[in-house]
Design a binder for this molecule. Sequence first.
Ligand SMILES: [Zn+2]
Length: 222
Amino acid sequence: MNNVIPCPSCSFPIPNGGGEETALVVCPQCEASVVRTTMGWQMGESIPVEFRSILPLTIGQEGHLRGELYRILGWGFYGGYADGRDYHWEEWWMVSESGDYRFMSYSPDEGFLLLKEIPSHITRPPQVGQTISTPSGNAKVVDEIRGELIDFVGELPWKASLGEASDYYTAMQDDLYFSVECGRGEMALFGGYPLEEEEVENAFGFEHRVPIWHRVKRFFGR
Ligand SMILES: [Zn+2]
């Protein structure tokens, strides 16, 4: 089923692949952000769509990862500052053929991670060195960073706005990776595992197998 949302600004039929999970979508024609309200879809803030992904991925693209077919619904680009240096990362919101939602994040430091939101009883921000309780046991918090949303396109499962900031805490348990996100008084826990760069490239059929580091240098050098 492929729903559309009529853009309240320009009437363009915006694809709604995330269904009820989608809280915001950016119109690909007029760049308005359109938000779900109790009164239906309404205009959000207008945002300049710059789409500065360093990866050759686009909204609507499909690929098989770990036996599941995923379609890319939306994208967010984040920046943060910690330990005297800048960090950037991207998150791709995806839906699988069987209706599971995932975030695929990429940063030059951590590579690719496939994450899903998981239920949590965390009620306060953790501290580095502490352990947090996850469905698979205790995970140790290894770092924290304050990140800001710099750009987004496509669909997102929350009412995103440019410049919104959250605190991100990374926790590890063996090969499992957890991220606690604290923003606007809400806490969310995400868990998952790393993906090999090559399997992401194979999944989405990158045309040019340029080592990602070279793309990163090109991206940050401009
Ligand atoms: Zn529009």
